[in-house]
Design a protein around this ligand. Structure first.
Ligand SMILES: Cc1cc2nc3c(=O)[nH]c(=O)nc-3n(C[C@H](O)[C@H](O)[C@H](O)COP(=O)(O)OP(=O)(O)OC[C@H]3O[C@@H](n4cnc5c(N)ncnc54)[C@H](O)[C@@H]3O)c2cc1C
Length: 438
C-alpha cells in the first residue's frame, strides 16, 4: 500500500504535538500521580471538560472526579465550517461523549442549574446537589440568538438564512441555503458579525471566503453581490495582521465592507435585515442569503453565579479567571478552561489544548499547597480558510502577538498545506487532546 503524500507532514505535525505534551504534561513531570481525596467536579462535557477529566484522572490518584453535562453527543465543532461550505457530511463531526471518557470517570448526564461558590456546591437539572472541593468550569459559550429580533434557530435552513454556529445540522442547512442562492443564478449574500467575543472568531470570515469560492466556481461571480457587515470600525478580526489581510483580500474580491453596523433583527419572510449603526441610526438591507452570527456569552448559569466577572470588559458575561493561571480570582478552588473564560483571547479548541495542561498543573499545585507557576499565554489558533483549498495558519496570543508553531509554515501566507492540515490533520490532534494526551 503506498503512503499518501500528506503522511510525512502528518507525522511531523502529530509528533510536534506529542513532543509538546512530553514537555508540558504534569503526569510526565511527576514520578507518580498526586494522592488526593478531593472531590473534583468538572462542569461541561465538551472539548475542555473531557480533556480536563481525562488529564486529572491520570495525574491524581484517590480523588473523586465527576463530570457534569447532559450532552450525550460530542461535536467536533472546528468541522462545522467544512460542513457549511459543502465539503463534509455532518456525520464526520459526530461521536459520543462516553467514548472519550475513561471508565473511572463519573459522568452525570445532567446540566448544572445553579452554582454556589461560597458554599461549594452545584445543583443539577435532576435537582441533585453536588458538593465539591475543587471546581473546573468548562461550560463553553452560550449562543444568544434570541437577542436578534425576529430570529429563531429553527429558521436556519429556510428563507435564505444560514448560521454555521448552531449545530452540525445548522451547518448543513447553511450550505443548502448557499446552494439555493447559487441555483438562483444571481442575488445578494450578507455576512454579519456580532459585537461580543466569539468562539472561533475566524468562522464568519471563513464562511465569507468559502462562499465567494463557491460563487466564483459558477463562472458568474459578477452576478452575485457579497457584503460583510461588522459592528467594529474598519475591523473584522482582533489581530491587525489578519484583519488587514482579510479587508485587502475582500477589496480584491469585490466583497462590500460596511463597518460599525450591528445586526439587530431580521424579517425572514421579506428577507430584510436590520442594523444599528455606531451613531445610533438604523438601516435595513435586503438579502437573498444571510449568514447570522449570534452574540455570545457564558451560559446563564455561570452569569447568574458569583463566579462571573464583576467589573471590566467581561463583567456579567464571562467567567472570572486570572488570564495566566486560569484560577478564579476570588474563589481559589475554582478554575476555568475553554470558551467560557473571560480572557482577551482563547476561544478555540487549539486554545483548550494549551489551557488544559496549564490548568492541570495549577490544580495539582493548588491541591499540594504549592505556588501556581504554570502560565497560559493566550495562545489561540485556527486555520483561516481564504478559499476552498487554501488557508493561513493564524496563531497568536495575548496582545495579538503572532505565535507560529512550525518553522516551515508562514503565519501570514496562504497555502494548500495549511488547508490540508485543516482538512485532514486537526481532527486527530483534537481527538488526542480529548484523551488528554497532548
Ligand atoms: C463554527 C465553529 C468553527 C470552529 N473552528 C475552529 C477551528 O478551526 N479551530 C479551533 O481550534 N477551534 C474552532 N472552533 C472552536 C472550538 O470548537 C471551541 O473553542 C471548543 O469546542 C471549546 O471547548 P469548550 O469545552 O470550551 O466548549 P464546548 O466544546 O462547546 O463544550 C461546552 C460544553 O458545556 C456544556 N454545557 C453548557 N451549559 C451547561 C450547563 N449548564 N451544565 C453542564 N454543561 C453545560 C455544553 O453542552 C457542551 O457540552 C470552532 C467552533 C465553531 C462553532
Amino acid at each position: 500500500m503506498s503512503a499518501s503524500p500528506t503522511q510525512p507532514l502528518r507525522r511531523k505535525l502529530l509528533l510536534g504535538l506529542a513532543a509538546g505534551a512530553a514537555v508540558t504534561s504534569p503526569a510526565a513531570l511527576l514520578a507518580k500521580p498526586l494522592r488526593s481525596q478531593a472531590r473534583i467536579v468538572i462542569l461541561g462535557a465538551g472539548a475542555a471538560g473531557i480533556a480536563m477529566a481525562n488529564r486529572l484522572r491520570r495525574s491524581i490518584a484517590g480523588a473523586r472526579i465527576t463530570l457534569v453535562g447532559a450532552r450525550a453527543e460530542h461535536h467536533y465543532q472546528p468541522g462545522y465550517t467544512m460542513i457549511a461550505s459543502g465539503l463534509w457530511r455532518p456525520e464526520r463531526v459526530l461521536s459520543s461523549t462516553q467514548q472519550w471518557l475513561a471508565n473511572d470517570i463519573d459522568w452525570l448526564a445532567h446540566d448544572v442549574t445553579a452554582i454556589n461558590a461560597r458554599q461549594q456546591w452545584v445543583q443539577l437539572s435532576n435537582q441533585q446537589q453536588l458538593g465539591y472541593d475543587l471546581l473546573v468550569v468548562a461550560t463553553g459559550c452560550q449562543l444568544n440568538y434570541h437577542q436578534i429580533e425576529g430570529f429563531e434557530t429553527s429558521m436556519i435552513g429556510q428563507h435564505g438564512i444560514g448560521s454555521v454556529y448552531a449545530s452540525p445540522a445548522a451547518a448543513q442547512a447553511t450550505s443548502t441555503q448557499i446552494d439555493a442562492l447559487i441555483a438562483k443564478g444571481a442575488g445578494r449574500a450578507l455576512f454579519t458579525l456580532s459585537d461580543t467575543p466569539l468562539k472561533c472568531a475566524g468562522a464568519p470570515l471563513k464562511m465569507t471566503f468559502t462562499t465567494v469560492s463557491r460563487l466564483e466556481k459558477t463562472g458568474q461571480r459578477e452576478r452575485f453581490q457579497v457584503d460583510f457587515f461588522s459592528p467594529y470600525q474598519n475591523r473584522v478580526f482582533a489581530v491587525p495582521t489578519y484583519n488587514e489581510f482579510v479587508l485587502k483580500r475582500w477589496q480584491e474580491q469585490s466583497v462590500g465592507f460596511f463597518d460599525q453596523r450591528l445586526l439587530t433583527g431580521l424579517d425572514a419572510h421579506s428577507r430584510q435585515a436590520f442594523f444599528r449603526h455606531k451613531d445610533g441610526s438604523t438601516s435595513k438591507e435586503a438579502y437573498d442569503f444571510i449568514h447570522v452570527v449570534p452574540p455570545m456569552s457564558a451560559p446563564d448559569v455561570v452569569k447568574a453565579s458569583d463566579l462571573v466577572w464583576q467589573d471590566g470588559p467581561f463583567a456579567g458575561n464571562w467567567l472570572e479567571v486570572d488570564q495566566y493561571s486560569l484560577q478564579h480570582r476570588r474563589y481559589p478552588n475554582v478554575f476555568g478552561v475553554g470558551d467560557v473564560i473571560g480572557t482577551p483571547f482563547g476561544k478555540t479548541a487549539a486554545s483548550v489544548k494549551m489551557q488544559a495542561p496549564v490548568a492541570e498543573r495549577n490544580i495539582l499545585a493548588f491541591l499540594s499547597n504549592q505556588p501556581l507557576n504554570a502560565r497560559y499565554n493566550g495562545y489561540t489558533s485556527c486555520p483561516l480558510i481564504t478559499s476552498i483549498g487554501r488557508a493561513i495558519l493564524s496563531e497568536f496570543g495575548y496582545e495579538g502577538k503572532l505565535m507560529p508553531s512550525f518553522g516551515f509554515i508562514s503565519p501570514t501566507e496562504e497555502s494548500w498545506l495549511v488547508w490540508m492540515m485543516k482538512e485532514q490533520m486537526l481532527q486527530p490532534a483534537y481527538n488526542a487532546m480529548l484523551h488528554g494526551k497532548v
